[in-house]
Design a protein around this ligand. Structure first.
Ligand code: GTP
Length: 571
């Protein structure tokens, strides 16, 4: 076994000898002095321990740093089924903030608005619906911390309610359920709660952790409770942002105005933007000419949590583009141009690499190291949907989880494709055909969409996906062997073995083991592989070579060096 001296290990780990000796005392490892050698196991244990301690210290320091930052207001999006009252709720909230201020104030649409309460400020995204929300998220920005899912008490959970929940969850937003229209005589909030429970959202009053608030967006009843709940959740989640960090924001909307030019509404997420700053948003750059807030005030600067209208972009940025501060015009132009190029290259590459088959999708998932299969399920009837769900529930294994993001009756929609793209999911449809436009969109976005006529074909497909997600198994494959014929020592003290390859081949990047009298005495990597002083990538059977190993300097004539690699065993 290769041994290491204490002072060598201290140097490797960037510690003083005293520090390392103290650590060894704590670990109960005996030594004489800092020149004593440690066994490989002890040295490895020290490395692990130091790594762990450093990781912990870094985490604590990071948490400490975060705690010293000021809090920022939570950003909330309102989602739900058509006509369940999203717009009415936004109107009510908007009005409540205007009423608070002196009468006659001119308001400006900046894509989000603040509601100030004695308990704190809440920022609401000013457009309802999950389509806009998903488009924003697709560009990589996370905008909303919390999604308020509005459910009309006279109607209950409807298909778009489920979609909204799926989208919000995929975005990592916290959920709050607002049961709306409780002023109506036919309102049945209890029914809605039951429906929520059937979907695994157990209200707090029944011992669960789903936040459910009855409201009337029309009369305002319960809206105060909703705001308080949002602030309570925000406090728990402890949202913070650094006003002095490098500024970053996200575009909520943009439009072209005949007089003003490009108008972009931006939510600031980190740092503080100033008039005069150079910025890049996606592939578009500009210099901030003016910042206007929701009250119509011209601002010189905008910090975390503020929504502002920005003038100064050269072209229209997209909703969801991340706005970054850059030092000067040159950088701004260069970055925007670089991104355009990158996109073109990506589009080209994507054309060739669209996951058209299950195997492609699996490969993509594996590359990301995921151990779950995300699915969107569409079926012709409630009966078949339930049957499929029932069977699928049994297919989830401990190793691989099946996540049903959405299971609904009806043909797949474009919004499903967006959800699938952002959540890296496959859309499986049973007995329903997606419209051509949806197929096209799926193809464009590289989303796997398949239709089935037989339930078991669909299940088989999912089984294959699950199988593909299991930890791959490896076995060792011996590539070649070399015999040590002579041993040299370099002036540096490093040993080099003069070898003859007696079998197979020895590749420079293979793993190797040293065998002495048939016993493995060392395992590791090749440090150098040469033929007549030339570095080579590989040496084949019947040829001589010089080989040095990483951390092994104990060769004896007659040792065998065996090269091997680990290969995946097909499931
Ligand atoms: N009685 C009563 N009616 C409400 C309430 N909230 C909304 N409504 C009514 O329900 C209808 C639909 O409300 P909207 O706010 O437009 O619904 P929405 O969810 O924004 O609908 P879309 O924008 O079409 O998706 C309107 O006629 C509202 O006046 C409420 O709390 N009580």
């Amino acid at each position: 076994m290769a041994k290491i001296r204490i002072y060598q290990l201290a140097k490797e780990l960037g510690m003083t000898n005293e520090e390392l000796l103290e650590l060894l005392d704590q670990m109960g490892v005996a030594y004489k002095s800092h020149a004593s050698t440690l066994s490989e196991e002890d040295a490895e244990a020290v490395r692990e321990l130091v790594k762990e301690q450093r990781g912990l210290q870094e985490k604590l320091a990071e948490e400490e740093r975060r705690k010293s930052l000021p809090r920022r207001p939570p950003v909330v999006v309102i989602m739900g089924h058509v006509d369940h009252g999203k717009t009415t709720l936004l109107d009510y909230l908007r009005k409540s903030r205007i009423a608070e201020k002196e009468a006659g104030g001119i308001t400006q649409h900046v894509g989000a608005f603040e509601v100030k309460t004695p308990g704190g400020t809440v920022v609401f995204i000013d457009t309802p619906g999950h389509e806009a929300f998903t488009t924003i998220r697709q560009r990589g920005a996370k905008v909303a911390d919390i999604a308020v899912i509005v459910i009309a008490a006279d109607d209950g959970i409807m298909p778009q309610t489920e979609e909204a929940i799926a989208h919000a969850k995929a975005a990592g937003a916290k959920l709050i359920f607002a049961i709306n229209k409780i002023d109506l005589p036919q309102a049945d909030p209890e029914k809605v709660k039951r429906q929520l429970m059937e979907r695994g959202f157990v209200p707090e009053e029944y011992g669960g952790d789903a936040i459910v608030i009855p409201i009337s967006a029309k009369t305002g009843q319960g809206v105060q409770d909703l705001l308080e709940m949002i602030l309570l959740l925000a406090e728990l989640e402890d949202y913070r942002a650094d006003p002095n960090a490098e500024p970053r924001g996200v575009i909520l909307e943009s439009r072209l105005d005949k007089q003003a030019g490009v108008i972009a509404n931006m939510l600031v997420q980190e740092g503080t933007f100033h008039v005069g700053d150079y910025v890049v948003a996606g592939e578009v750059f500009g210099r901030i000419r003016a910042l206007t807030d929701a009250d119509g005030n011209q601002r010189k600067e905008a910090g975390p949590g503020s929504a502002v209208q920005v003038l100064g972009f050269q072209e229209l940025p997209h909703a969801g583009d991340v706005v970054e501060w850059v030092p000067d015009l040159e950088a701004a132009k260069e970055i925007a141009e670089e991104r355009k190029e990158e996109r073109r290259a990506r589009e080209e590459a994507e054309k060739e690499r669209r996951p058209r088959t299950m195997a492609d999708l699996l490969r993509a998932m594996q590359e990301e190291g995921k151990k779950e299969v995300n699915l969107i399920l569409r079926a012709d009837t409630q009966g078949s949907l339930e049957a499929i769900q029932h069977i699928l529930a049994r297919e989830s294994t401990e190793d691989v989880k099946i996540n049903l993001l959405l299971a609904q009756v009806g043909a797949p929609t474009e919004s499903d494709v967006l959800l699938a793209q952002t959540a890296n999911a496959a859309i499986l449809a049973f007995g329903v055909n997606p419209p051509g436009s949806v197929k096209k969109k799926a193809e464009e976005k590289g989303v796997l969409l398949k239709t089935f006529r037989i339930i078991y074909d669909l299940i088989d497909e999912v089984r294959n996906m699950v199988k593909g997600q299991k930890e791959p198994k490896y076995k060792e494959e011996v590539l070649g062997r070399a015999e040590v014929r002579a041993v040299f020592r370099l002036p540096t003290g490093k040993q080099v073995a003069g070898c003859m390859v007696t079998q197979g081949r020895i590749p420079r990047n293979a793993e190797v083991r040293v065998l002495r009298k048939g016993q493995e005495i060392w395992k590791g990597r090749i440090a150098s592989l040469k033929r007549f002083k030339e570095d080579v990538r590989e040496v084949a059977q019947g040829y001589e070579c010089g080989m040095g190993l990483e951390g092994f300097d104990d060769f004896q004539e007659g040792d065998i060096i065996e090269a091997f690699q680990m290969v995946e065993v097909p499931a």
